[in-house]
Design a binder for this molecule. Structure first.
Ligand SMILES: CC(C)(COP(=O)(O)OP(=O)(O)OC[C@H]1O[C@@H](n2cnc3c(N)ncnc32)[C@H](O)[C@@H]1OP(=O)(O)O)[C@@H](O)C(=O)NCCC(=O)NCCS
Length: 165
């Protein structure tokens, strides 16, 4: 996928260092139970590579078009919510580059791709209520809070947007 400033492409094992800078940052990842270890990042890349093979989609590496530098990830994750299979859009951006609209640009492209290429009727984002930057991204993509659920004992808001919206 290509946007004005970004390329979203399949993750590769050699993205480990760049993604560790994003997902291993304890300040940025404060709404997660813990920042990722290097081993977590390796499993993360493997998980999505398996998902590309099995589902044709997953979370993708987010790279700057201008330089090719990987500055985060964004993409599609299969999630079970109240017994239904949904397509979630997830995103993480390098702390130094947050606040410049990258997550929103990537998430918009992923929503469009979800509707047009994955034939999704709806896409969602699962977000902790206190994660205001993430909620703002979902809102800028046009999502609205549908309901609240418990996930791993933590309250999450289910943001969603319908294809017809
Ligand atoms: C969530 C995240 C991906 C956003 O990335 P980003 O590239 O900075 O996002 P954008 O620049 O597109 O938009 C961020 C919005 O949040 C707003 N924001 C930032 N901090 C905020 C705060 N403390 N309170 C309210 N809004 C805030 C920004 O002002 C911006 O909105 P605006 O365009 O209306 O000004 C990034 O913060 C991140 O990687 N967080 C850690 C990982 C994470 O929590 N991922 C989401 C899991 S659900």
């Amino acid at each position: 996928m290509e946007t004005e400033r970004l390329i979203l492409r399949w993750m590769r094992p050699d993205d480990e260092d760049a993604l560790f800078a994003v997902l291993g940052d304890p300040i940025s990842m404060k709404y997660y139970p813990a920042a990722f270890t290097r081993e977590d990042v390796r499993s993360w890349i493997e998980r999505w590579r398996k998902s590309y093979a099995e589902n044709g989609y997953g979370l993708y590496a987010m790279a700057l078009k201008a330089t090719g530098k990987v500055i985060g990830d964004c993409g599609h994750a299969r999630q079970e919510v109240d017994g239904a299979t949904e397509i979630e859009i997830g995103y993480h951006v390098l702390r130094e580059l947050q606040g410049q609209g990258y997550a929103t640009e990537a998430a918009r492209a992923c929503a469009e791709y979800g509707f047009e290429r994955l034939a999704a009727e709806k896409v969602i984002s699962l977000i902790r209520p206190e994660n205001l930057p993430s909620r703002r991204v979902a809102e800028k993509v046009g999502m609205k809070v549908e309901k609240e659920i418990l996930r791993k004992d933590l309250v999450h808001l289910v943001y969603s947007i319908l294809r017809s919206a």
